[in-house]
Design a protein around this ligand. Structure first.
Ligand code: VAH
Length: 313
């Protein structure tokens, strides 16, 4: 079976939905520290789980005969800057608990989402290389950079098959992000279909790599399905979907919602975004396990707005 830790978050809700569809509802166990998140998971077992309760984690792994773990629990970049020590503890120490339990319980494969946030202002930010310098400028990014090194260590020292992706900003219509720097993009679509305007906390021209959720989920499943010997990057694979600015997203939405308006009032999150890549080099992901994103900006906008309009009516 498959255990998803932190299943109640933006990525987790979508991942559980796809994993249960692909492997069957009896093959997936969702878990989250917040037991109220059980409401999202009618299709599979749900277990409340705090990553620091390692004995409880071991009991879950044993009871459900868990062979694959997707460890998603984390505090995102913007929220993380308000609570640096808690963010380091949850994001890094939490990962170490999962790696230790996985090693002890002989879990076969572990997935961990890293982020383009591992890079910082001294990294080349255009076409950022796969093995470039990771001089993260946020606690979130520092924990992701350190976490990548720990994942690599557990593979090389203990043979634990940990696999990581450096996700760009993720945009989806089924689940809401929380505390991220790229959350604005999700807010744009929700406000547009409600006929509301939006005040954006980033400048209109800040270009960032973004990924539509179906491509993000597809990447995780492709990476985890690949034969062990195909995985040649044990830090985190760069993933490049589309590099877009808030203004370009606004214009793309206006093709479908002409009255949608955005006012730009950058706040402290602008400095975080400026330290991140404009676009990353992701040929190793394509070469090693067949990464090939499907969605561009207009295709994504059309798909999101269609789903949201149906839901919000
Ligand atoms: C964040 N969505 O905004 C995350 C992501 C690259 C951005 O890591 O913190």
């Amino acid at each position: 079976r498959i255990l998803v830790i932190g299943a109640g978050g933006q990525l987790g809700q979508e991942l559980v939905r796809t994993l249960t569809a692909v492997f069957g509802e009896d093959r997936v166990v969702a878990s989250d520290i917040d037991r109220t998140k059980a409401r999202y998971f009618k299709q599979c077992p749900f277990e409340p789980l705090n990553v620091f309760a390692t004995e409880h984690m071991e009991t879950i792994v044993q009871h459900y005969n868990i062979k694959h773990i997707y460890h998603l629990a984390a505090i995102l970049s913007a929220h993380g800057e308000k609570h640096p020590m808690a963010t380091w503890q949850v994001n890094l120490d939490g990962l170490l608990q999962v790696l230790e339990v996985s090693k002890k319980m002989k879990v076969e494969r572990v997935f961990w989402p890293s982020s383009i946030a591992v890079f910082g202002k001294h990294s080349p930010l255009e076409n950022t290389p796969q093995h470039g310098m990771r001089d993260a400028g946020t606690v979130y990014g520092i924990a992701k950079a350190a976490g990548e090194l720990w994942c690599q260590y557990y593979y090389e020292r203990y043979g634990l098959d940990v696999r990581c992706l450096r996700y760009p900003g993720l945009i989806g219509h089924r689940s809401l992000p929380g505390g991220g720097t790229t959350d604005y993009a999700v807010d744009f679509y929700h406000r547009a279909v409600k006929g509301e305007s939006y005040t954006c906390y980033l400048a209109p021209d800040i270009r960032l790599p973004m990924l539509y959720m179906p491509d993000a989920i597809k990447a995780a499943l492709q990476l985890m399905k690949a034969p062990r010997e195909r995985i040649r990057v044990r830090s985190g694979y760069n993933l490049q979907g589309m590099s877009v600015t808030p203004k370009e997203i606004e214009l793309s939405i206006q093709r479908f919602c002409p009255d949608f308006k955005v006012v730009y009032e950058p706040d402290q999150r602008q400095a975080i975004a400026e330290g991140w890549p404009r676009a990353v080099y992701d040929a190793p992901a394509s070469k090693d396990w067949g990464w090939a994103p499907k969605y561009d900006l207009d295709f994504m906008s059309e798909d999101i707005l269609m789903h949201l309009m149906e839901r919000i009516g």
